[in-house]
Design a protein around this ligand. Structure first.
Ligand SMILES: Cc1cc2nc3c(=O)[nH]c(=O)nc-3n(C[C@H](O)[C@H](O)[C@H](O)COP(=O)(O)OP(=O)(O)OC[C@H]3O[C@@H](n4cnc5c(N)ncnc54)[C@H](O)[C@@H]3O)c2cc1C
Length: 598
């Protein structure tokens, strides 16, 4: 039997029939499930396939950055994510040590928890980052997507597809009954992970290499609260002989649930035969990284995986698109994988919805590659650089020159010496740990994505010069292509973020009291073009007022100017002041970016 999806109900139909939907999504990971939820919220029919019986069974991604949280806020699940997450204030005391019970080499306050960085994070977004294991996040996404209309098909393997001028026919294997069936859709989204079959079939082009280092995950249960609770973090990095081989920079003891569920990431030499894993080997590695030779722990899983440094340079072929790890493959350093995956989907979902509903022409879909491929490249290179930058810690301790384990141990001890060498070691270690800000406080990379494409219309201005290091610091701007800056607005009862004013179901114009003519113009344009377009006037006595005058400081336009915000909260266009013909200006911009003549 196949099924039809009318958005609300499933109807069994004879096997010979072909199920129909608007979008087939392959994968229920962070990319696929968030695409499903976003499309369902926008009223677009979709079927989400996953070849397994349930969602992720290992807690890989955890760090959920502010951009991803903003998306979850938009999707109405921010509270559900926070309820299952380890909160922001418990995630930042990142420790570098010889083992959990061994010597501590230093700590770095991470993910914006250092007081002098916390303000940057608070100012940038209405929501803070948190730490939620992928095993907890995916069910939230899937549950909400299916509640909103997604037809989720588990144990359903994507086999192949064929596309023509009108749509895509997707071939699926039902792994429970062993039968095959077809789904006819308008579009196909391959969110099928790092070994994406969809990407391979459409011949996406890539740069970089796969399997550049060998790594393993070991999950285990052991209550080690006494050793970690006083320095609460999600990451405990273990620097000891052997830790500089393969892996993601050094050994990692990763909190899954405080303080009794853990994930170890440990490397191996990719040029040697892969280690043979079993429960005893896994236990030995756990005991070694914890520095507790007699630890009684429960091993809950282990697997080997390769570190990749590869990004796609094209993300689409006709009616087929890929997102998530299918287009960016990199180590977990900087915690960018799942975060970027959900943002790929956020970028594409409104575009698919606009084209499917007839609000935009199909050229809008061609802006996905120019907008997201540079992000894929940026995060793949950054994550790999961060993994390599652990080398400075090893060099500070003399591991790079050491001929044997004894000399490495001596390097660790040397930092305590009252000698010129001891002083040099301490200084080098401080610098090496400071460099880790590029992995753990890399706010500019997390937040500062900037798009150039035909879905952004320039107002002639350039992206402002960064006032601080653009990787470490996010700089808000309203230059078209930037994410909408956050400021608190509201009235004496309500408080909203500027981001809350711009739901993904519409384009939004933001102006001030002297810009009210934009609102009249917008109404006419929306009617003529059939484009959902609403205006928010910020000012006293209007829908919302600028509670702390932050919006005035951030908007970079006059009060009578306007900012046009896309459904994904990216600034599509702005006018620094009122123009003679606001209706003409808006029509011109929207028809250009939406590939739709009026
Ligand atoms: C140790 C570790 C730690 C990490 N930590 C972080 C972190 O802190 N923060 C972060 O942002 N990222 C982190 N990541 C990365 C993150 O896990 C990935 O980037 C993320 O899972 C990618 O999501 P995705 O949806 O693209 O793919 P996946 O999660 O790989 O999902 C792929 C989906 O496709 C389905 N599928 C595949 N083939 C088929 C098929 N033929 N038919 C049907 N279904 C199919 C699978 O069933 C699955 O549902 C970490 C990764 C690792 C390994």
């Amino acid at each position: 039997m196949a099924v039809f999806n009318d958005g609300m109900t499933e109807t069994a139909v004879p096997e010979s029939a072909v199920a129909e939907t608007d979008v087939v999504i392959v994968g229920s990971g962070p990319a696929g499930a968030s695409m499903a939820l976003a499309l369902s919220r926008l009223g677009v029919k979709n079927i989400m396939l996953t070849k397994y019986r349930w969602t992720a069974n290992t807690p890989r991604a955890h760090i959920t950055n502010q951009r991803a949280m903003e998306f979850f806020r938009e999707l109405g699940i921010e509270d559900q994510v926070n309820a299952d997450a380890t909160p922001h204030h418990m995630i930042g005391d990142t420790v570098f040590c010889t083992s959990i019970a061994g010597e501590e080499l230093g700590r770095v306050l991470t993910w914006g928890t250092r007081p002098n960085r916390h303000a940057d994070y608070e100012a940038a977004s209405p929501t803070l980052n948190c730490d939620i294991p992928q095993t907890y996040l995916e069910p939230i996404l899937v549950k909400n997507a299916m509640r909103e209309g997604t037809l989720g098909r588990f144990s359903s393997e994507y086999l192949s597809h064929e596309q023509d001028a009108d749509g895509v026919t997707v071939r699926v294997l039902d792994r429970v009954s062993g039968t095959e069936y077809s789904i006819r859709a308008k579009y196909l989204y391959g969110a099928d992970g790092a070994r994406s079959k969809v990407a391979e079939e459409i011949g996406l082009t890539y740069e970089g290499a796969m399997d550049i280092a060998g790594s393993m995950n070991i999950t285990f249960k052991a209550d080690i609260a006494a050793l970690v609770e006083h320095r609460p973090s999600v990451l405990y990095w273990v620097v000891q002989p052997g830790a500089n081989v393969g892996g993601i920079g050094t050994g990692l003891v990763r909190m899954v649930r405080p303080w009794n569920e853990w994930l170890i990431v440990w490397g191996y030499d990719i040029n040697e035969p892969a280690p043979e894993m079993n429960e005893e080997v896994a236990k030995d590695i756990v005991r070694n990284l914890l520095g507790m030779p007699d630890l009684d722990c429960e091993i809950t899983g282990y697997s080997l995986w390769g570190v990749n440094e590869m990004y796609a340079t094209t993300l689409q072929k006709g009616r087929v698109f890929c997102g998530g790890d299918a287009i960016h493959r990199h180590p977990p350093s900087n915690g960018l994988g799942s975060n970027t995956s959900v943002q790929d989907s956020y970028n594409l979902a409104w575009k698919l919805a606009s084209v499917i509903k007839g609000h935009a022409g199909p050229k809008l879909l061609e802006t996905y590659t120019p907008e997201r491929a540079p992000v894929a490249k940026q995060i793949v290179l950054r994550a790999n650089k961060s993994a390599r930058e652990f080398a400075d810690i090893f060099a500070a301790l003399g591991f790079d020159k050491a001929k044997n384990v004894k000399e490495m141990v001596e390097g660790v001890r040397r930092r305590k010496d009252n000698s010129a060498e001891g002083l040099a070691t301490r200084k080098a270690l401080t610098r090496a740990l400071e460099l880790k800000d590029y992995e753990f406080n890399c706010h500019g990379i997390e937040m500062g994505q900037f798009y150039r494409s035909s879905a952004v219309v320039s107002d002639g201005s350039k992206k402002p010069k960064p006032q601080r290091d653009p990787e470490l610091y996010y700089q808000a701007s309203t230059v078209p292509g930037s994410p909408l800056p956050h400021a608190w607005v509201g009235d004496n009862v309500n408080k909203f973020s500027t981001l809350d004013l711009c739901p993904s179901s519409q384009f939004t114009l933001i102006t001030g009291i002297t810009g009210e003519k934009w609102a009249t113009a917008a109404k006419k344009v929306a009617k003529k073009m059939g484009t959902p377009l609403e205006t928010v006037i910020i000012g006293p006595g209007r829908q919302v007022t600028d509670l702390y005058f932050d919006w005035e400081r951030l908007r970079e336009i006059d009060e009578d100017g306007v900012i046009l915000v896309r459904p994904d909260k990216i600034i599509a266009w702005r006018s620094t002041s009122m123009v003679a013909d606001p209706e003409g200006a808006l029509r011109n911009v929207l028809s250009k970016m939406l590939d739709k003549a009026v």
